[in-house]
Design a protein around this ligand. Structure first.
Ligand code: LFR
Length: 489
């Protein structure tokens, strides 16, 4: 069979990449054809995405990838919740605001004064996190009513970039499902909720499923890039949904951690779970491929490590992630534990200082060295995974035989081993490029190269050899879990 080439753009919170996939009918091979920084810009009191730079880099990626190998189609995935507003002529009205911007700090309380937490959860199935699009829009409505009045269409980040390139305005299901603007598990805007909150539903346009074939590059882009008009196919436009699509599931229902800036830990289901305990645990029901439900928990993942690294670099210490893992391994074990999900770690800033401050405030000796700080973060993350495992098992009534870790974070051997130890379960790592692979796989299904998701997952399993970690449970981990549980508010 002839090789079929497809192109994925995967935008993370700190970088973006173009990845060319070559499918030979059996396996897929990946080639990174373009990588670029995605640096948010603090301006006029707001942390903002430099969206035109991202558009420019996407075009570079389209051209460079075409030079590497002509591709049949391309697709885009990004992080969730953030959006741009277009006017009636389709012009972008302002830069999209970063979800870590502080403008939504009190938005949950404001909305929940009108709709109680439990009711909001039952009507959306979405975890209550202050950065959800629903809360961002509520703040925009209060602070910039003239902006919303001018706006004609809201597009989430991947849909916005696709619109710039193709001129087509759609909202893909998985990315829309991060917004808290959908009815639970449905391809349907929750217009009743929007009306109750005084938010304009007219901003919300047609919803499509992943796999929809949505047109081709505009003449403008073809000319600028010097390439013919490739087709745009919607993948699971939410990066986590693309990653989950690429979790190989050799033994049935799998528990996964999509490990990157965030660690998203969860399971795939057919229907949303909207029970009171689910609301209490604040797990989310996001959309996946084929209208599946990703029941998952957001855990502050490698963010803490990334921010520590950034701070130490500023101070003249340039550490690789491998150096950091080694430093953690060499430091004394179980000296202190933090809650990685504490709101004090959310915004960008001096993370080592915040960790030290957190330790002091909770009666622990602050870490004195880089190694001690890292050991604390690593152990706290593994312990948080283990507590979340317990929560998910309780909520679903299922026991899971293993944990699949996918994404860049699964290359961290120390974290993977400690996750196995803390959770007392085997950890199966890979693929590292799960998000891009899931993005490419959905294009191949839409093009008829693969029959369905299970064939796609078989292709993933054939293409990327997993790395497995056997658990070494210990009473020290049990104690660490108990200490973390006691820290929770
Ligand atoms: C991961 C991710 C998470 C989402 C967070 C913010 O990259 O997409 O799934 O909760 O970023 O959008």
């Amino acid at each position: 069979m002839a090789t079929r080439n497809v192109l994925a753009f995967d935008f993370g919170a700190s970088s973006g990449r173009a990845i060319l996939g070559r499918f030979d009918g059996d396996k897929i091979t990946l080639q990174e054809t373009h990588r670029f920084a995605n640096e948010p810009v603090q301006a006029q009191g707001r942390l903002q995405w430099d969206v035109l730079r991202l558009l420019h880099e996407t075009r570079q990626g389209l051209a460079k990838s075409y030079a590497a190998a002509p591709y049949a189609s391309f697709s885009i995935d990004t992080w969730g919740v953030d959006y741009g507003l277009l006017d009636a002529r389709g012009r972008l009205l302002e830069n999209p605001v970063h979800y870590r911007d502080g403008r939504t700090a009190h938005a949950i309380e404001e909305v929940c004064a009108r709709i109680p937490r439990q009711a909001l959860y039952a009507r959306t199935g979405t975890q209550l996190i202050n950065f959800n699009t629903l809360f961002q829009l509520t703040v925009a409505q209060n602070e910039q009513p003239q902006l919303l009045a001018l706006a004609d269409r809201l597009l989430f980040m991947p849909d916005l970039l696709a619109y710039f390139l193709t001129g087509e305005k759609y909202s893909e299901f998985s990315i829309a499902s991060t917004s808290q603007l959908l009815s639970p598990g449905a391809l349907q805007w929750n217009t009743g909720l929007l009306a109750q909150l005084g938010l304009p539903s007219r901003l919300l346009g047609p919803l499509v499923d992943a796999g929809a074939r949505l047109g081709a590059l505009t003449d403008e882009t073809c000319e600028l890039c010097g390439i013919p008009p490739a087709e745009y196919i919607a993948c699971c436009a939410h990066d986590t949904a693309s990653a989950v699509a690429a979790v190989p599931q050799p033994q049935g229902e799998a528990l996964y951690i999509s490990s990157g800036t965030w660690s998203l830990m969860g399971v795939e289901r057919r229907t949303p779970l909207l029970t009171a305990p689910a609301a209490q645990a604040n797990v989310t029901n996001e959309g996946g491929y084929g209208r599946s439900i990703r029941l998952l928990k957001n855990i502050a993942g490698l963010w803490l490590l990334q921010e520590c690294r950034r701070q130490w670099r500023k101070e003249g210490q340039d550490l690789s992630f491998a150096d950091m893992a080694q430093a953690a391994l060499a430091a004394p074990a179980f000296a202190r534990i933090i809650d990685p999900d504490d709101p004090c770690f959310m915004a960008p800033g001096n993370m080592p200082a915040r960790i030290a401050d957190y330790c002091s405030r909770h009666g622990m000796t602050p870490p004195q060295t880089i190694g001690e700080t890292l050991r604390c973060v690593y152990e706290s993350l593994a312990a948080r995974y283990a507590l979340t495992l317990g929560t998910l098992q309780e909520l679903t009534g299922s026991r899971y035989p293993a944990i699949h870790i996918v994404g860049g974070g699964c290359q961290d051997r120390v974290l993977s081993q400690w996750t196995a130890d803390a959770c007392s379960l085997p950890v199966i790592c890979g693929p590292v490029e799960a998000t891009a692979t899931g993005n490419l796989m959905v294009q191949l299904i839409a093009l008829g190269e693969l029959a369905d998701l299970s064939q796609g997952r078989e292709m993933v399993a054939r293409s990327f050899a997993p790395v497995t970690y056997a658990p070494h449970p210990s009473s020290q981990w049990d104690e660490a879990l108990a200490r973390l549980a006691a820290l929770q508010p």
